[in-house]
Ligand binder design. Structure first.
Ligand code: FMN
Length: 161
């Protein structure tokens, strides 16, 4: 595929509106967090979810090694948090409000939902790894979610039907 075709494909894939998550784990150098919109539910029995991490990510090893991780689904007011965890330095937790789970995983506050997972499977897939987690605990709120569409942040609006 040429560079232009890759760019077109990227734009085309961006037509799929998603929520925004920060995936967190307890790394060997401290807490880790990475913004990810590749989250998807997989199975109810057993309860499985997945997300993808780029092989070039600086925090790849932390997630490959992690026995536990959490998917924090961001609320409409948490765009700054999304941008923060989309930066390369994931060790900047000083100004981030979080609690720590029973498995020592950072859980962000005021999110729409949170899934605490145990790593179930990791699949090597192209330039990413697919990480599948079994949900051990979960919670949600009635807050509005942050939305990502066409490479930009957006908000939900009623469908009008
Ligand atoms: C809305 C949004 C969604 C993203 N989704 C993913 C994703 O699913 N997987 C991934 O590896 N990177 C994703 N990224 C990019 C990472 O957040 C970003 O590349 C990473 O934090 C950069 O630091 P690193 O190279 O140290 O990992 C996303 C970024 C944004 C802004």
């Amino acid at each position: 595929m040429s560079t232009e075709q890759r760019q077109e494909l990227r734009q085309c894939l961006g037509k799929f509106a998603t929520g925004v998550t920060v995936v967190t784990c307890d790394g060997s150098d401290g807490p880790c967090g990475i913004t990810a919109n590749s989250f998807s539910s997989v199975s109810l029995q057993p309860p499985l979810v997945l997300w993808n991490i780029a092989k070039v990510s600086n925090s790849l090893q932390a997630y490959l090694d992690a026995e536990y991780f959490a998917i924090n689904i961001l609320s409409a007011g948490q765009q700054k948090l999304s941008s923060h965890f989309a930066q390369s330095d994931h060790t900047l937790w000083d100004n981030v409000q979080y609690d720590t789970s029973a498995d020592n995983v950072p859980l962000l506050r005021d999110t729409v939902a949170c899934f605490e997972c145990r790593t179930h499977q990791i699949h090597d897939c192209g330039d990413h790894f697919i990480i599948v987690g079994e949900i051990e605990r979960f919670r949600s709120s009635n807050d509005e979610p942050l939305v990502f569409y066409g490479g930009q942040y957006a908000a939900l609006k009623p469908s009008g039907e």
